[in-house]
Structures are given as C-alpha cells and as structure tokens.
Design a protein around this ligand. Structure first.
Ligand SMILES: [Zn+2]
Length: 353
C-alpha cells in the first residue's frame, strides 16, 4: 500500500465511493497537505487501521504545517469510508473535521493550561459520539505550563483505548522527556522556497513575484507565508520601514544612530521582528559577498543589499549579524529595550570609504 514516489495522499485523485447514492460527486473536504510527503506517509500508515496505537508528537518550526497534518490525520481516523479510501473528503465526518465541528475531534487551546489539561483527562474517558475514536489535538505542547505538562503526562500514561492524542511542538527540547518518550515522533521541515512559492501561487492565487518573496521571508513555512498575506500590507510596510532604517543607519554618525535607537525603542511592539529583519539583511549581505544570489531572502531590496555588500568587509557583515543576534537574545531575556537598541545601533558596522 506504500507508494514511495507519490506526493502527499491528498494530491491523489479521489475515489467517489458514494457515487451510487448521489446524483453528483459531493465537494472534496479533504484537508490539503502540501509537501511533507514522508511525514504524511508515516502518519497515514499509523492511522490505517483507524487508530494510531500511541500518542503522536509532530515536531517542526512555527507555521510549517503541523496542525494541518494533525487535522488530516484526524480526518483519516474518523472517516467512515472504506479503509483504502480514507480520508474520503466526502463523508459527513470528513466534512465536519474540515469545518472544525466534529464532536469526536477537539483541539485544546495553546498554550495548554492546567485547567484545560485536567478537563482533557476527564473528557477522554467519555466514549466517542459518532465513531470509533476520540481525537484530541494538543498544539504547541512545548509552551505548556509545568502543571499542565505534568497533568498531560498522567493522561499519556493510561489513555483510554478509544483516545487518540496528537501533540505538536516547535522546540522539542522544551517538552518533558517523559512526555516525549511516550509519543511516536514525526518531524516536519519547511518546504524548499521554490515549492512554497509554487504552492502560494497555485492554491492561494498569489502573484509569482510576491509568492517568491513571501516564501523566502517565511523560510518555507507556508503558514507563516499565509500569515504575512493575511496581515495585509501592514506587516510588509513595517518590514520595509525597518530595512530603510538599517540602510540609513549604517551611514549615520553616532548621534544619528542613537536618534534611530530612541525612535524605535519608543515603539516597543514589533522590536524583535524588526531586528530580525536586520539580522536577515546581514545574512543576505554575507551571501552576496560570497557570490550567492539565489538564497537571498530580501530579494526586493537587492540594490541596497549589493551596496552594503560592496562597502562592508565580510568580517564587518558577520559582526553586524552577531550584534543583531545578541540584541534579539537580550530582548528575549527582557532587557531594557532602549539600552539594547543603543548598544546595537552603535555596534553596527560603518561602511569603509
Ligand atoms: Zn470521509
């Protein structure tokens, strides 16, 4: 039944199993998994018999498609079609899962808190309402409070036979080892940017140029690319402003740099995102200095990046990247934003003339 070269199962033509009772094929409600063929094959094989045996932990970066895979597996498990046709995308169960309304498929809020973890423990003992199993999706268990994680551990120790638990995490190291050891782990990785861009164009009608930029900015995580798209022009305009600041700042003197620092530190929100754009720019500069055009992220700013690449030494560009990384670490540790920005702007390299 395993087809090594096939794309994700959802890309295969659907069989219309209920054709006899329906005048026309019903709409296809299968949750579409784009890419992740290997991970999906593993999950589909696990769920082939209508159960997965042990809890599943899907690990991968934010926005990469972990919940989509969890949803597709939930559909596979509750679908009422013949085993070979699951998930059919046409039965009532498939439709309800796709719409988030299946009574036996629930998703816990993230981050998981202790009350939700306790409610889960008591809820799981209930029998399934419609089908064979009760599926609980627990997103981002790496963010769960320690109380919630310990309560979850108890649930994982003795789940009722009809319970299927699908956990997801970004930072696997932040999941209790005792939770990890009880789960079947499935890794997923971002799509290659070209594949992500093609998917944005094909499935979301994004023009090719923009799809290419979004795919690169999101690092191949389709969910993040779609978030950029949903955030409308605002997020992209914000990014443009941060890149403009950087390209101005490197030419500015000490007073000019501190003025920029004071201006952005006052804004407070979006500081880390903005500085992450600076980090991305220094990485781009390093790539250009090594003659690598293709992997550059901020492709719409190639002229500015080339200028910077020509006026900085590779050591200076590397120092810029390190200084921004340090600043991101300090912000994450709740350092004073004004101080972080002052130190960062003064540490950024100045072009050689
Ligand atoms: Zn179905």
């Amino acid at each position: 039944m395993d087809t090594p070269d096939a794309p994700a199962l959802f890309e295969l033509p659907a069989r219309v199993d209920a054709a006899l009772s329906m005048p026309e094929p019903a709409a296809d409600h299968r949750i579409r998994v784009i890419g992740h063929a290997v991970a999906w094959r593993v999950l589909a094989r696990l769920g082939r018999d209508g159960h997965v045996g042990q809890p599943v932990l899907i690990v991968g970066p934010a926005g990469v498609g972990k919940r989509t895979l969890a949803g597709a597996l939930a559909q596979l498990l509750v679908c009422v079609a013949d085993a070979d046709d699951r998930p059919c995308g046409r039965c009532r169960a498939c439709r309800l899962v796709a719409n988030g309304g299946h009574p036996d498929v629930v998703t816990t809020p993230a981050p998981l808190r202790i009350d939700a973890a306790r409610a889960l423990q008591s809820g799981l003992s209930l029998s399934p309402v419609e089908g064979r199993v009760r599926v609980t999706v627990l997103p981002d268990v790496d963010l769960a409070s320690s109380g919630a994680a310990n309560s979850l551990l108890k649930t994982l120790e003795e789940p009722p036979p009809h319970a299927v638990l699908i956990l997801t995490a970004v930072q696997e190291a932040n999941v209790l080892p005792t939770i990890r050891s009880r789960c079947r782990r499935v890794d997923i990785k971002p799509l290659p940017p070209a594949e992500a861009a093609a998917a944005l164009t094909e499935h979301h009608g994004v023009p090719a140029d923009r799809a290419d930029l979004l795919a690169r900015l999101s690092g191949g995580a389709l969910g993040r690319a779609l978030a950029w798209l949903d955030a409308d022009e605002a997020a992209l305009a914000d990014r443009t402003a941060w890149l403009d600041r950087l390209f101005t700042l490197v030419d500015a003197d000490r007073a000019g740099r501190l003025a920029v620092a004071a201006q952005v530190a006052r804004a407070r929100s979006g500081l880390a995102e903005g500085i992450a754009h600076w980090l991305g720019s220094f990485r781009d500069v390093l790539l250009l200095q090594h003659g690598l055009n293709e992997p550059v992220t901020n492709r719409d700013r190639l002229t500015d990046l080339h200028r910077l690449a020509a006026s900085l030494t590779p050591a200076q560009a590397a120092n810029g990247a390190r200084a921004t990384e340090t600043a991101l670490g300090q912000l994450a540790a709740h350092a004073n934003p004004q101080l972080v920005l002052d130190v960062l702007t003064l540490a950024l390299p100045a072009p050689q003339r």
